[in-house]
Design a protein. Structure first.
Length: 363
């Protein structure tokens, strides 16, 4: 802390002493570290100052004097008052899965203050909490914090030599078996096209890939935006439905990709069309990822802190369908849930596509 005294003339040798409120000497008279600083020469204002470290909560005085004792001054110090205004400097507050569930049960009136959850209650809470993050919130379109940019280099398609000696290029990624072997497999035309330059020997139980046809990340829920970066230029892609993609007659057409589609299966697949003819192309896409499960009692929510209270309110209402609750309380919790969802939508950031009205309490 910087201690200071003003009003002394320039060019003085100044000492200070620190005493507590009971006049006990903490630091005896010393001039060590005292420097003079000019504030305004015209007005003759000068300051003498020094760095000093007080103990936490210190209250007392700094006494100042010149060596000839002509000039003296006193400075009151109250570290107790200033320390009470200090902030934590941390922003990592969190709630664990067990605390969220317990608070929700209390809010729903199922347990009282100081009561613990029965094992079956805890299991019900875990299931409902995971259903909220994997069903309720995604279905409400609340997902801004799940956005992540991902990149994928569009590598060359596999090429093999067919049983007829011709070269075939993979047009759909797959694991090989007898049904897709070119040219004797019954379904080979779904996976191979008669074109290519150099082909290796076709081998069964092998993963063959087509450029722009790949498996998405296991946590992929949706894709909002996408573009191809080609020679330093970003080319936006239209995101189309799987039905529109299936209506494309020749999916093996090559060129600069203009569209992207997600095949929403348990293991999602991503296709770009036309299939890129430039192996330097890099696909960039803004994916919506799934929220992480609540697997352990100490797991924190995979979401911002501003969503914690809303999560408790949503869970509290959902619990009333499995545990006895008065109609009045259930209605109050329903309204709180709706308000919580509305707040999350607003905090989700992009609300230009819909308007929000807070529900009114029923009389």
């Amino acid at each position: 802390m910087l201690i200071q005294v003003s009003g002394f003339p320039t060019g003085q040798t100044v000492n200070y002493q620190v005493i507590d409120r009971d006049a006990n000497v903490i630091t005896a008279w010393t001039g060590t570290g005292v420097t003079e600083r000019t504030i305004d020469t015209t007005l003759g204002i000068y300051v003498y100052e020094a760095e000093y470290t007080f103990t936490s909560g210190f209250t007392g005085y700094v006494l100042w004097k010149t060596t000839d004792n002509v000039w003296t001054a006193t400075e009151y110090i109250d570290e107790a008052a200033s320390s009470s205004l200090l902030t934590s400097s941390s922003t990592d507050f969190s709630l664990t899965r067990s605390k969220i569930i317990k608070r929700a049960f209390r809010k729903a009136g199922i347990i009282g203050a100081g009561q613990d959850l029965e094992p079956e209650m805890n299991e019900d809470g875990i299931e409902l909490l995971n259903l909220i993050i994997h069903e309720d919130l995604p279905n409400e379109g609340i997902r801004l914090w799940q956005r992540e940019w991902t990149t994928k280099t569009l590598t060359s398609s596999s090429e093999v030599t067919g049983s007829n000696g011709s070269i075939y290029t993979c047009i759909r990624s797959h694991t090989s078996d007898s049904t897709n072997k070119p040219v004797t497999g019954a379904d080979y035309t779904t996976y191979w096209k008669l074109t290519g330059s150099t082909g290796g020997t076709w081998v069964t139980s092998t993963d063959y890939t087509a450029i722009g046809d790949f498996t998405g990340d296991t946590d992929l829920l949706d894709i909002e935006q996408a573009f191809i970066r080609q020679n330093g230029v970003d080319i936006p892609l239209d995101i189309i439905s799987i039905n529109k993609y299936l209506n494309i007659v020749d999916k093996s057409t090559t060129g600069t990709p203009s569209t992207l589609v997600i095949e929403r299966t348990k293991t999602p697949r991503i296709y770009t069309w036309p299939q890129s003819n430039n192996t330097d192309d890099v696909l960039h896409y803004l994916k919506i990822r799934k929220l992480q499960d609540f697997d352990n009692a100490d797991d924190a929510p995979d979401m911002p802190q501003y969503a914690y209270h809303s999560l408790i309110k949503i869970l509290a209402y959902n619990l009333t369908f499995d545990y006895p609750s008065s109609a009045h309380l259930r209605n109050d919790l329903r309204i709180e849930k709706e308000m919580a969802l509305n707040r999350l939508r607003r905090q989700d950031g992009e609300t230009e596509d819909y308007s929000i009205m807070e529900p009114c309490y029923e009389n």
